[in-house]
Design a protein around this ligand. Structure first.
Ligand SMILES: CC(C)(COP(=O)(O)OP(=O)(O)OC[C@H]1O[C@@H](n2cnc3c(N)ncnc32)[C@H](O)[C@@H]1OP(=O)(O)O)[C@@H](O)C(=O)NCCC(=O)NCCS
Length: 194
């Protein structure tokens, strides 16, 4: 557990939406995680490299299982209820307990893109962040060359706060990112969540 996580234990309790079950990853999901994690298009705008073998997805799941055990920032697996398969992840990159804030990140298998699935997942995570974890601010950022991710954030009621120049180094190049956030006060005033 990191210093900043100290007062926000998070155990990735399951969350259900219309089409999705957000749940803890287990080792039996390694092949599903590998299937989408091997896709260079999925890995293009995230800070991990495409998987070369299923052992890399096993290592990822192992690290998530450690985080689950210690109540540390971690990700849910995204299970498509219709198939029972894991098609992505969504979760917390960090918590800052003293500021009641967090950053959310996500990725989804390419065959599932543009069906509103990540919007459905992110809305559930935002609601959980305010209703259950009692946070005040949820951030997300995306590379400016990844507009679909910005569209997801806006559809979930997050507000654009600015472009951070060369904020990250991704796959050998500095990249500009757009920062979005939603505050508790924005959330309570939005009827889409109630
Ligand atoms: C980004 C990502 C999460 C989007 O998930 P998704 O389930 O396809 O998102 P949704 O279907 O809920 O919404 C996608 C929106 O982006 C829009 N979109 C798609 N491609 C776009 C493009 N090239 N330019 C602008 N908008 C685009 C869609 O039209 C849709 O908006 P709409 O509902 O207003 O039409 C998914 O593509 C993904 O996992 N990509 C790989 C990993 C990644 O980039 N993760 C995010 C890192 S910040």
């Amino acid at each position: 557990m990191s210093f900043f996580d100290a007062d926000i234990p998070f155990y990735a309790e399951p969350l259900e939406t219309n089409r999705l079950l957000l749940r803890r990853l287990v080792m039996a999901d390694a092949q599903d995680v590998f299937e989408y994690g091997r896709d260079p298009e999925v890995a293009r705008h995230v800070l991990w490299d495409e998987y070369k073998s299923v052992s890399e997805s096993r290592s990822y799941i192992r690290s998530m299982m450690r985080h689950y055990r210690f109540g540390d920032a971690s990700s849910w697996g995204i299970e498509l209820k219709q198939t029972g398969r894991i098609v992505g992840t969504i979760g917390y990159m960090w918590f800052q307990a003293e500021h009641r804030s967090t950053e959310v990140g996500y990725s989804l298998a390419r065959p599932c893109w543009n069906q509103g699935l990540m919007t459905e997942a992110l809305k559930a995570v935002i609601a959980y962040s305010f209703d259950t974890l009692h946070l005040n601010r949820v951030e997300a950022q995306h590379e400016i060359t990844n507009p679909a991710s910005g569209a997801v954030m806006r559809k979930c009621g997050m507000q654009f706060e600015g472009t951070l120049r060369q904020r990250l180094m991704n796959k050998g190049a500095y990249v500009d990112v757009d920062l979005y956030a939603i505050l508790r006060s924005d959330y309570v005033s939005r009827s889409m969540y109630h």
